[in-house]
Design a protein around this ligand. Sequence first.
Ligand code: URA
Length: 257
Amino acid sequence: MSEERLQKILARAGLGSRRKCEELIAEGRVTVNGQLVCEPGVKADPDSDDVRVDGQALASEAPVYFMLNKPAGCLTTAGIDPDARDTVMRYVAHISERVFPVGRLDYDTEGLLLFTNDGAFAQKVIHPSHETVKTYEAVVRGHPSPPAMDMLRRGVILDDGPTHPAAARIIGERTVSAPARRRTGPPVEELVKGAIVELQVHEGRKRMVKRMLRKVGHPVLALRRSAIGRLRIGNLPLGEIRALDEHELSRIFENPD
Ligand code: URA
């Protein structure tokens, strides 16, 4: 990960306020990779540098887990967007642990996004070998026929290979605003009524749900992730984040009904 000011690293490791940690540094009690540091502005990388106070290595941060109902219009990255677009990190600015998003939702996708500082947990959620099921609700153009739904279930051939069998069903319909299909003139929005397709996949390929539905002739107009395993987004409002308890954490690795 990246470098941070030493007093911030010390404060997060539970050594007191940043002010108190600046005092520890000024008192000559802190070393970085064996070198005494007495200046509070010095930066270190808590993952790769050996930071010690009075010769004692820092305790590693306790693991924490959160879920966000990500709104559309923000980028999933722990870094800074070169185009200065809004990122999901604005929703975790108040969390003192160094959390990062688990996996990725597209800029225009809403819904369940997990945050943690636990790399092993994140891998278990993301890596296809663990087969953690992600449930998406896609509002699509038109109403997919039974053969189109069967294609989604069996797997479709995308440019990066076939998709695994997936659960797919139509759960309703919704009217959404979408770019009008016009050949000429400036882009305008129109109201479009489309089916809501629920898809359950365990692969994490880029824009996979959108590509699968386009492939069967039904481009996605709006997309939301409603669940990971048996952990559902429920009625958490868009843009809200909250901590997960033990029971909710275990639901992530259970197969949805
Ligand atoms: N599939 C997509 O196409 N987009 C997402 O954001 C997530 C899954």
